[in-house]
Design a protein around this ligand. Sequence first.
Ligand SMILES: [Zn+2]
Length: 200
Amino acid sequence: MSQSVAGGTKVAKNTSVNYEVSKGKEVKDVYIGNAEQNGSSESAVTSYFTNKGLKVSRSEQYHDSVPKGNVISYSPGNGSTVKEGSTVNIVVSSGPKPVETVSLQDLTGMTQANAENAIRNAGLSVGSQSTKPSSKPAGIVLDYSPRGNVKPGTAITLVISSGPCKDGSHTPDANGTCTVCGTTGLAVTPPRGDGSTENP
Ligand SMILES: [Zn+2]
């Protein structure tokens, strides 16, 4: 503080005395508008704030629709007024949350009991089962679904062999393969003529 007349000086009534009061360093107000006006990338939004004399603190979150590296939100938000030099918090997307999956081993050729154990040990559940004649012994897993990487708890459907046709009563096709169970190398009976009209 300073004044135009030294302290202790006698002056006439109504003499004007000029003085100044120090106000210290003035801190400017900063208006926050649309921080994504130059795009939603972390760098664009960060530049927006630093250009206004603000500091940026960042954190990350998974987000289903905001692409990885883009800003999900900022706080204080659009329309706020803050002091120059204050900190704005931005939340940056780290992309969608990864879906946890389980890798299921190949079950084909396993016994039904072993396959069911493998399914449960992988954190999955045993789904519906059906049987189908095949050249494999009864009780062997022929097929299953879904395959590969699946979500935990998924029900796995099994197709189990009911074995070859009973008593060897196969139904061979022209190549000696049973059309019911798939057993190969069967005798072709009864004879089907010279075959010239079957495979033109
Ligand atoms: Zn058969």
